[in-house]
Design a protein around this ligand. Structure first.
Ligand code: FES
Ligand SMILES: [Fe+2]
Length: 442
C-alpha cells in the first residue's frame, strides 16, 4: 500500500482518509500500535507474581502479566497450535494457561509446558516455535507499562522525554508518589480512534460541547470557579496553556488557575452525586485537616496525553483502544491512593470513595458530549467530495506560539498546535519502514 502522506497531512489540515480509509487503519495497527511504545496496563493491576490482565496491543490480543519470576511480560493471547484465544478471562492469577480448544498448556513465561497425548507428535514439541509469541520490549515508567514490537524504538524514558515531568507531578501529589488503578467506566463510540486523541488537549470545544454540564453545575453550586468554567470568557488570556512535548505527546495545564492553598484543588472540583454531603461530613469530622485531605480526592486539572493511546486526566486514566477504522473503546479507569506514610488514617476510605465518585462527574456527563461529536464527525467524513478537516487554530499568528529551549511548544489553551504537531509524528511513523519483531522463550 502506498499513500501520498505529504498530500494527506498538510500544515494546517488533514485529509478525511486518515479517519475513514480501512487501509490506513490497518497500517496504523502495524506502524503505530506496534511500531511505537503503546500503553498496555498499570503495574498496580498485576501487583503479585502470576497476576495477569488481558488487553490488546492494537488489534493483537495479549496477556499482560507478572510471571512466576516477577518479570513483566506481554504474551500474545494466541495459542501456537491453531491460533485460538488462549485466556478468555479479563484478569486473574495463573502460573499457566490451558488452551480451551485442545488443551495445550503454557507456563506464564510463554513456554509450552505440555500437550495432551504427546505421543501423537513426531515433531519435537519442545521446539521454541511452539512457545507463545511475546512483545520483545516491555518497559514501565513509574508503574505505567508500555510495549513495542519495534527493536529500533528509543528506550521508553527517552521516548517519553519531557513528558515525564507532568507524569511525575501527577503522581507525586499522592502519598508515596503512587496510585492504584481500579475498575473502569467503559465507553464505545462509532468513530476513529484519533478523534479522541485530537480532542484530548482541545480547549476550544469546552464551552460549546459541554454547555449542558456547565449549566447544570451552575444550577447546583456557585460554579464560577470550577474546572471547566475557566473556558467561559477569554480562555486564551488566562495562565493555563497547551504544550506540545515531542514524539506525539501533549499536555494541557490548567493548574496555573488554581489557588495555591490547602483545599485549593478541591475548591474547583466539579459537582458529582452526593458531593456536598460527603464534603460536609468530611469537614465536620476532620476540621482543619479536611482541606488538604479533600485535595487528595480532587481531580488534578491537567490532561497528560501520551501518544497514541493514553491520557491522564483529573484522577483518571483514559485509554483509547481502536477496534476498527470507525469504532473505538474509550476506557476511563479510576485510581485510588494508599496511606503510604501512615498520616491519612481512617479518612482513606472516604477519600477513595470520593475519587470514585468523580467518575460520575465528567466521565458520565462530559465524555458523552465528546463521544457524540466524534460519532457525528465520522458521519460527516463520509462526504467523499468534501475532503479536508482543519486544525489551523493559532496557525500563522505571530507571537502566539512559543518554542521553548527544550524544543517543546507552548500556546494558548484553545490552540490546535498540538494537533498539527502530533499528526507530524503520526506521518513520520506511517511513512517509515517499521520492522516489527516478536520473541519466544528459548
Ligand atoms: S488451538 Fe490451542 S490447543 Fe489447539
Ligand atoms: Fe470534551
Amino acid at each position: 500500500m502506498s499513500h501520498d502522506w505529504e498530500g494527506l497531512v498538510q500544515e494546517d489540515r488533514v485529509h478525511r482518509a486518515l479517519y475513514t480509509d480501512p487501509a490506513i487503519f490497518n497500517a496504523e495497527m502495524t506502524k503505530i500500535f506496534g511500531g511505537t511504545w503503546v500503553y498496555i496496563a498499570h503495574e498496580s493491576e498485576i501487583p503479585n507474581v502470576n497476576d495477569y490482565v488481558t488487553r490488546k496491543l492494537g488489534l493483537r490480543p495479549v496477556i499482560v502479566l507478572r510471571d512466576s519470576n516477577n518479570i513483566l511480560r506481554v504474551l500474545y493471547n494466541r495459542c501456537t497450535h491453531r491460533g485460538t484465544t488462549l485466556c478468555r478471562h479479563e484478569k486473574g492469577n495463573a502460573r499457566a494457561f490451558q488452551c480451551p480448544y485442545h488443551g495445550w498448556n503454557f507456563l506464564n513465561s510463554g513456554k509450552l509446558r505440555g500437550v495432551p497425548w504427546a505421543d501423537g507428535y513426531s515433531a519435537d514439541i519442545k521446539d521454541e516455535k511452539f512457545n507463545l509469541a511475546q512483545a520483545p520490549r516491555v518497559e514501565s515508567y513509574r508503574g505505567f507499562i508500555f510495549a513495542t514490537l519495534n527493536l529500533e524504538a528509543p528506550i521508553l524514558l527517552n521516548w517519553l522525554g519531557p513528558m515525564t515531568n507532568p507524569i511525575d507531578e501527577w503522581l507525586d501529589r499522592n502519598p508515596g508518589g503512587k496510585i492504584v488503578v481500579c475498575e473502569a467506566n467503559r465507553f464505545k463510540y462509532k468513530g476513529n480512534w484519533k478523534l479522541a486523541y485530537d480532542n484530548s488537549s482541545d480547549g476550544y470545544h469546552v464551552i460549546y460541547s459541554h454547555r449542558s454540564l456547565l449549566e447544570m453545575e451552575n444550577r447546583l453550586s456557585d460554579a464560577s470557579n470550577k474546572g471547566m468554567a475557566y473556558y467561559k470568557n477569554s480562555p486564551d488570556s488566562l495562565a493555563m496553556y497547551v504544550q506540545y512535548m515531542g514524539n506525539g505527546h501533549h499536555f494541557k495545564d490548567k493548574r496555573p488557575n488554581l489557588q495555591a492553598r490547602p483545599g485549593g484543588l478541591w475548591a474547583i472540583e466539579s459537582t458529582h452525586p452526593g458531593k456536598e454531603y460527603a464534603e460536609a461530613e468530611f469537614r465536620r469530622k476532620y476540621g482543619e485537616r479536611a482541606e488538604s485531605l479533600l485535595d487528595l480526592a480532587g481531580s488534578e486539572p491537567v490532561n497528560i496525553n501520551i501518544f497514541p493511546n493514553l491520557s491522564l486526566l483529573g484522577n483518571h486514566i483514559q485509554v483509547f483502544q481502536p477496534i476498527s477504522v470507525n469504532e473505538t473503546d474509550a476506557v476511563w479507569y479510576g485510581t485510588r491512593i494508599e496511606d503510604v506514610n501512615g498520616d491519612i488514617g481512617d479518612a482513606l476510605g472516604t477519600i477513595n470513595a470520593l475519587r470514585m465518585r468523580t467518575q460520575e462527574g465528567f466521565p458520565n456527563f462530559g465524555e458523552v458530549d465528546d463521544l457524540a461529536n466524534f460519532e457525528q464527525i465520522q458521519v460527516g467524513l463520509q462526504c467523499e467530495e468534501d475532503e479536508w478537516i482543519y486544525m489551523n487554530r493559532g496557525h500563522g499568528i505571530p507571537d502566539r506560539i512559543k518554542t521553548n529551549a527544550d524544543g517543546t511548544i507552548t500556546a494558548p489553551a484553545t490552540d490546535e498546535v498540538f494537533m498539527r504537531e502530533y499528526i507530524k509524528e503520526w506521518k513520520r511513523l506511517m511513512k517509515g519502514p517499521t520492522p516489527l519483531s516478536i520473541k519466544r522463550e528459548p
